[in-house]
Design a protein around this ligand. Structure first.
Ligand SMILES: [Fe+2]
Ligand SMILES: [Fe+2]
Length: 174
C-alpha cells in the first residue's frame, strides 16, 4: 500500500513544515518593516499559529512516540517542553488583536522559540531518527494523512480531482 505523497520520508515532511513556518515569520518581519495594516499581520500570524499547531500535533501524536526509543526520552521531553511553551505563546497571540508592539513582540518571541526548537530537532532528533532502523517512509504517509485531516479547509492545498469517489466505490458484480 504505497501511497504517493510529495515527501521522501517523515523528516522531509516535518522539515518542509519548518521551512514554511520560517518563511511566514520572515514575511511577518517584512510586514512590520512596511508598517502593514494590522489585519494583514493578524491574518499571517493566525496562519503561522494554525500551521504550527497542526505540526506540533502530528509530531506529538505520531512522530515522537514512534521515534522515542531510538532518540531517547530526554530529547523527546525537551521537545515537548518547547511545544508547551510554543502553545502558550500561540494562545496569547490568538487571544490578542494585532496592531500593537506587544503583539509583534509575541510573534517574534514565537519565531525565536520555533527557530531554536527546529535547530534541536534537525541536529538531534532527525539525525538520530535517520540513523535508526525506522520506517520513515511509512511514517511520512501517516503524518501526511493526519495533517490533511487536521488542517482547516482554507489551509488545504489546492483541490485535486475527487479521487475519493473513484476509489471508494468499486463494485465487483457477481
Ligand atoms: Fe518540528
Ligand atoms: Fe517539534
Amino acid at each position: 500500500m504505497d501511497k504517493l505523497i510529495p515527501y521522501e520520508n517523515a523528516v522531509d515532511l516535518l522539515d518542509a513544515d519548518h521551512k514554511a513556518a520560517k518563511a511566514m515569520f520572515i514575511e511577518y518581519d517584512a510586514l512590520c518593516e512596511d508598517e502593514a495594516p494590522a489585519a494583514a499581520k493578524q491574518a499571517l500570524a493566525n496562519r503561522v499559529c494554525q500551521a504550527l499547531t497542526v505540526h506540533a500535533q502530528i509530531e506529538e501524536e505520531i512522530f515522537y512516540p514512534r521515534v522515542r526509543k531510538a532518540i531517547g526520552q530526554g530529547l523527546i521531553d525537551e521537545a515537548l517542553d518547547d511545544h508547551t511553551q510554543a502553545k502558550q505563546l500561540i494562545a496569547e497571540i490568538q487571544a490578542m488583536k494585532a496592531g500593537s508592539g506587544e503583539y509583534d513582540a509575541l510573534v517574534q518571541q514565537l519565531a525565536k522559540l520555533v527557530d531554536e526548537h527546529v535547530a534541536e530537532e534537525r541536529e538531534q532528533i532527525f539525525l538520530k531518527a535517520a540513523q535508526a532502523p525506522l520506517d520513515l517512509r511509512g511514517l511520512a504517509v501517516e503524518l501526511f494523512e493526519r495533517k490533511q485531516a487536521l488542517q482547516p479547509p482554507s489551509a488545504k492545498p489546492t483541490r485535486k480531482p475527487a479521487a475519493k469517489a473513484t476509489q471508494s466505490v468499486k463494485k465487483e458484480s457477481a
